[in-house]
Design a protein around this ligand. Structure first.
Ligand code: KIV
Length: 262
């Protein structure tokens, strides 16, 4: 998949599947899966490093995670998140940040919002860096919202989100993430855009869906938003497996002779 394939997929009515990934081991597995594209999300700050928000992600942290994912899933289309404020210090600083992520192995960058950094989106696109937009709940603005809250529930807020999605398309974004907005609004925005929408907590009317890998595997037990379906009871599988290892060690059945060197 490439950034132009996103447009093609929408034109042909094919849904796009995306998951987040932050490390080499899962990237290897994803490279063998049919998943269309991978996001090295700034959610790495929460999922991999235990922070309470994404604000702790830096360009350096995102570069390290992007490098690991690119080593493991070279065949996948990799989008890397531009972290908190990295695109708000003017086009030159934003180009430096995006350049670090692209050199690390990303094929595109994603950034939250559009108001006040239209010039950055345009410069990135004109520099040959595909840009994925992100509107609705923008986790980097969690403190402005007063918490992780569904957006677009009033008519003003809904119009504002639709306007931003449209602006991103006009500025050259190849896709737009819609996070935590009412399903009806996401459906309307998706129908109005030429570029695909990728939903998370935005209902079935989006042109694609993305989930945090650890959420869909059911191994992130700290956080269970309504939209994060557990496709596997991963926490149970891991805990059962660890208990089996513990028992095998303590009863002396591990390692067996065939697991030992002569
Ligand atoms: O960082 C992330 O995981 C994201 C997704 C929620 C879209 O931006």
């Amino acid at each position: 998949m490439s950034s132009t394939d996103f447009l093609q997929a929408k034109a042909e009515g094919r849904k796009v599947s995306m998951v987040t990934c932050y490390d080499y081991t899962f990237a290897r597995l994803l490279s063998k899966s049919p998943i269309d594209a991978v996001l090295v999300g700034d959610s790495a700050a929460m999922v991999m490093h235990g922070h309470s928000s994404t604000l702790a992600a830096s360009v350096d942290l995102m570069r390290l995670h992007t490098e690991a994912v690119a080593r493991g899933a070279a065949s996948k289309f990799i989008v890397a998140d531009m972290p908190f404020l990295s695109f708000r210090k003017g086009p030159a600083a934003a180009l430096d940040a995006a350049s670090a992520l692209m050199i690390a192995g990303a094929h595109a960058v994603k950034l939250e919002g559009v108001d006040g950094h239209e010039d950055v989106v345009q410069q990135l696109v004109q520099s040959g860096i595909p840009v994925m937009g992100h509107v609705g709940l923008q986790p980097q603005s969690v403190h402005a919202y007063g918490g992780f809250r569904v957006q677009g529930q009033t008519s003003d807020s809904a119009q504002n989100i639709a306007r931003q999605a449209c602006a991103l398309q006009q500025l050259g974004a190849f896709a737009v993430v819609l996070e935590c907005v009412p399903a009806r609004l996401a459906h309307e925005i998706s129908a109005s855009l030429r570029v695909p929408t990728i939903g998370i907590g935005a209902g079935a009317g989006c042109d694609g869906q993305i989930l945090v890998l650890q959420d869909l595997l059911g191994i992130n037990t700290d956080f269970r938003p309504k939209f994060a379906r557990h496709f596997l009871d991963g926490a149970r599988c891991v805990l059962d497996t660890l208990a089996r290892f513990d028992e095998a060690v303590k009863t002396g059945t591990f390692p067996a002779s065939e697991e030992s060197y002569s």
